[in-house]
Design a protein around this ligand. Structure first.
Ligand code: MF3
Ligand code: CO
Ligand code: CO
Length: 274
């Protein structure tokens, strides 16, 4: 008989329901994270004015297969695509479709793959054609906010320290952090406790422990933070239609800090267009 996921997954779970993974699990996460990051690296050359997001998703589907991985999003709660592609004022969960990218559009591509049962989840920003100054500033602040959050990751710090670092940085630049979507634990499952929110108070929330795996994936808006979900039940947009950006890494807590599982092998996490 096949072992269930629960039995195969060694380690323990904290009072907050957060799984503590054994050291050997890091290798599995690195392998999955690398495949997801490679796919995003390989998408750089495909993003240009005139291409549709459905075409980009078809390329991603093919790459997932070529690499011997499985898409985590196809079939997830009825979702039918290998990526989420969120253009301009779309905050997250943009559904690939037949609309062509125009010069100056900015977009987030988010890919999650499963390799040997481990999940790798990452997203980054791209531009079709010429980047405007205001979009460039938004993307830079969003990237740097993710990194400020990641720098807080070490045993003894709290999830509130991560959220506060992100929020303080973003608001110092007069932009806003989306409250309606968050990062998440992952491992041999796609979405697990805790909710990793990108705002909050230092010292609040669960304490980080070695062996926790989770994503940090801040969404930042040029205007107000409020979002709404469209009638397709997926696409989240800014209520004021202001531009939005997002970056996501999957990371693990080590004895003295963190490891990023979804580092770009080509060094193209940001910028993707250089
Ligand atoms: N990858 C997204 C995340 O960061 C989740 C996408 S779920 C989907 O959590 F169904 F919309 F693809
Ligand atoms: Co995620
Ligand atoms: Co994601």
């Amino acid at each position: 008989m096949e072992m269930t996921v629960e039995k195969a997954d060694r380690g323990r779970v904290t009072r907050d329901g957060i799984r503590i993974h054994e050291p050997a699990a890091f290798a599995g996460m690195h392998k999955a994270g690398r495949v997801a990051a490679e796919i995003l690296d390989e998408m750089c050359e495909h993003v240009r004015p005139g291409v549709t997001t459905a075409e980009l998703d078809r390329i991603i589907t093919q790459k997932v297969e070529e690499k011997g991985a499985t898409s985590a999003t196809i079939g997830y709660r009825g979702y039918k695509h290998a990526s989420c592609i969120s253009v301009n004022h779309v905050v997250c969960h943009g559904i690939p479709g037949e609309k062509k990218l125009k010069d100056g559009d900015i977009l987030n591509i988010d890919v999650t793959v499963i390799v040997d049962g481990w999940y790798g989840d990452t997203s980054r920003m791209y531009v079709a054609g010429k980047l405007s100054r205001k979009a460039e500033r938004l993307i830079q602040v969003t990237h740097d906010a993710l990194m400020k959050g990641i720098e807080m990751v070490r045993p003894g710090n709290t999830f509130g320290d991560i959220g506060a670092a992100i929020q303080e940085f973003v608001e110092a630049h007069r932009m806003s952090v989306v409250r309606d979507f968050c990062g998440h634990g992952l491992g041999r499952v796609f979405h697990a406790p805790p909710n990793v929110v990108h705002f909050g108070r230092r010292g609040s929330g669960p304490v980080l422990e070695e062996g926790m795996f989770f994503t940090i994936e801040p969404m930042v808006n040029l205007g107000r933070p409020e979002t709404k979900v469209l009638a397709d039940d997926w696409t989240a947009v800014t209520r004021d239609r202001s531009l939005s950006a997002q970056f996501e890494h999957s990371i693990g807590v080590t004895a003295d800090g963190f490891e990023i599982f979804t580092l770009s092998p080509a060094g193209k996490f940001h910028p993707t267009w250089a």
